[in-house]
Design a protein around this ligand. Structure first.
Ligand code: ADP
Length: 334
């Protein structure tokens, strides 16, 4: 297990599930999205209607799945979970949709990775609560319209920009999740520590929070690693020093950058002389998929001012060289 890979959440999903806040009231950070979403749900409840479809976008580990579960919980409805890559054929989607119950919440993760025919079926289902099922093969095939129950689709994507316009337009509400403020992460780590029955003082929680890349999933995971480290090396007692030493071991630096983040910066600064370098060249040189570099590493590096996206490619900033402990080239300007 790579403790820092925000994608790797299947391996410890049980541990993760136990830490999910069950209600909007317990969902910390993201005050805007929480408030807006709360309003959508309250209004639907007041009208006694099924709420509009909801699109959640943002980097992995920020709470999209958690919010989908909260939506179902707040509405008192069951939740059905699937993902874009799992839906290969339109028929797969038709089977799910026709099996929903009235008012059910359908969470579709990685919605931007659905096949085209499934996507088209989804448009119709979202708008008219109908699917056209194809019966038969070849010239004799016919489309039979099938009514489906009214449901709420909660779509999740790492970037809303990846969705075709017609699909995006069919969501009544879009919530954009952003990296968490340190204060919110301290609260999340403290809550998780209580649930895990780990004793954690605020200064130690702050060490973990400040190195979590603004991401609750990483914060929770680092907390478990710090707990392990303390158990083995410090008779179970967590102090800020113990927390920092544990995170050192897992190669998270004091700004929360992990191995991939640093590899990306190192490649741009050293191998490509500060850039500009194209995304696919960059991804190849760090041995990662372009999608991972673009959707996991880059947003945080840009946010922290280490990297810029320009029309000619990725460019490192002065701060990147400084962080790597390298001299900024004399030719560099920013
Ligand atoms: P995503 O679907 O965006 O990849 P998840 O919803 O699976 O992210 O969240 C990852 C983990 O982070 C969950 O286990 C959850 O416990 C935790 N988490 C996410 N957002 C919050 C939050 N606002 N408050 C507390 N815990 C959170």
């Amino acid at each position: 297990e790579d403790p820092l890979d925000p994608h790797a959440h299947l391996d410890d999903s049980a541990a993760e599930g136990a830490l999910r806040p069950p209600s909007l009231a317990e969902f910390r950070g993201q005050p805007r999205v929480s408030e807006q979403l709360g309003l959508v749900l309250d209004a639907a409840r007041a009208r006694g209607q099924v709420p509009d479809h909801v699109l959640l976008s943002g980097p992995p580990g920020l709470g999209k799945t958690t919010l989908a579960m909260i939506i179902a919980h707040e509405l008192g409805q069951p939740l059905r979970i699937s993902s874009g890559p799992a839906i290969q054929h339109a028929g797969d989607l038709a089977a799910i949709l026709s099996g929903l119950t009235e008012g059910e919440v359908f969470f579709l993760d990685e919605i931007h990775r659905m096949s085209r025919p499934a996507e088209e079926m989804l448009y119709l289902a979202m708008e008219d609560f109908r699917v056209d099922v194809i019966v038969g093969k070849g010239p004799g095939a016919t489309e039979i319209p099938l009514e489906i129950p009214r449901f709420t689709l909660v779509g999740a994507t790492t970037r809303a920009g990846l969705l075709p316009g017609p699909l995006r337009d069919r969501f009544g509400f879009t919530g954009q999740l952003d990296y968490y403020e340190a204060g919110a992460l301290v609260g999340i780590v403290a809550r998780s520590a209580t649930l895990l029955q780990v004793e954690l003082d605020t200064p130690s929680a702050e060490v973990i929070a400040s190195r979590s890349r603004g991401t609750p999933r990483i914060a929770n995971r680092l907390l478990r690693r710090v707990r392990d480290y303390a158990l083995v090396k410090a008779s179970g007692r967590i102090t800020p020093g113990v927390a920092a030493a544990a995170l050192e071991l897992y190669e998270v630096d004091e700004l929360g950058l992990d191995r991939l983040d640093r590899a990306v910066l190192d490649a741009i600064c050293v191998r490509f002389g500060g850039g500009p370098v194209g995304l696919s060249t960059l991804a190849m040189s760090v041995g990662e998929e372009t999608e991972t570099v673009e959707e996991v590493a880059e947003p945080y590096l840009i946010r922290q001012g280490f990297l810029m996206r320009t029309p000619r490619g990725r460019v490192a900033t002065r701060r990147a060289w400084n962080h790597l402990g390298l001299a900024v080239p004399a030719t560099h300007t920013d």
